[in-house]
Design a protein around this ligand. Sequence first.
Ligand SMILES: Nc1ncnc2c1ncn2[C@@H]1O[C@H](COP(=O)(O)OP(=O)(O)OP(=O)(O)O)[C@@H](O)[C@H]1O
Ligand SMILES: [Mg+2]
Length: 245
Amino acid sequence: MARITHERWKVFENVFDQFTIKDIIKLTKQQHFDNLVSPISIGKEANIFSAIHREQSIYRIVKIYRLEACNFNKMYDYIKHDPRYFNIKKQRRQVIFSWVQREVRNLMKARKAGCRVPMPITLQHHIIVMKLIGNEKTGAAAQRLKQASPKDPQAFFDDLVKQLSLLYKKAKLVHGDLSEYNILNYKEKPVIIDMSQSSPVDASNAEELLDRDIRNMVKYFGKHGVKTSAKELKQKITGKKERKK
Ligand SMILES: Nc1ncnc2c1ncn2[C@@H]1O[C@H](COP(=O)(O)OP(=O)(O)OP(=O)(O)O)[C@@H](O)[C@H]1O
Ligand SMILES: [Mg+2]
C-alpha cells in the first residue's frame, strides 16, 4: 500500500495504520470534516474523536474501530444472530465492516422511528462520522449518564422509556448494550448512543439482550430513587403483558 506522503497527516502515522489514514483522508476529501481535533474516548473496540468541519463551523464525531485490536470473535457471536447478517463469514475485516454498517443502519432506523440518537452522516469501512451530541459550535460533547446524573431522575427515566418503546415498537430493535455509559445526558434529556449491538426484535438473542438492558436500567434508576421493576419496565417498552410461565 502506498505510504501517506501528505505532510498534514504525518502526525497520525504513529496513531493509525495506513489503511485507516487513507480512509480518513478520503472522508476529508468528501468534505465530511477537515481534521480530527481531540480524542473524546479511547475504548476497547473503538476510538472516538471530535472533528472540525471548518466551512460549517461545527464539530462532528468520528468513531474509528480498531482493526487489529477489536474482538471480532465477540462481534461475530453477536452479529450472527441478526437475520440481516445470516450469511456473514467469520473473517476479521468482513465482521468489523458489517458491524460498523449495522451500527449505522440501526442509528438510521432508530431516528426514523423518532428516537433521540445521533444522526449518522456517513461510513467508510470501519469509520463512522456522525453528529456531535453537545455543543456543535465548541466541540464540547454531552456527558454520559455515568458522569452527569439527571437532576430529575423520574422525568429523565420517563423520557428514556418513551425512547426505548419507540425503539422496540417502531424501529423493531432492542439496544443490547444499554447502560449509563451509552446514554448521554444532553440538556437533561437522554440521547441513546452506541447502537453497535442493537438487534432486530426477532433475532434469536433479542429477548436476552432486552432483559439485560432492562436490568441495567432498573439498577441505575433504582439507585437514583426511581421506583420500577424489570417486569413493569419490560411491559412499558414492549407493550406486551408477560405470559405466565
Ligand atoms: N455522537 C456523539 N456525541 C457526543 N459524544 C459521543 C458521541 N458518540 C460517542 N460519544 C462519546 O464517546 C464515548 C464512546 O462512544 P461509544 O459508546 O459509541 O463507543 P465505545 O463504547 O467505545 O465503543 P463500542 O462499545 O462500540 O466498542 C461515549 O460514551 C460518549 O462519551
Ligand atoms: Mg459505548
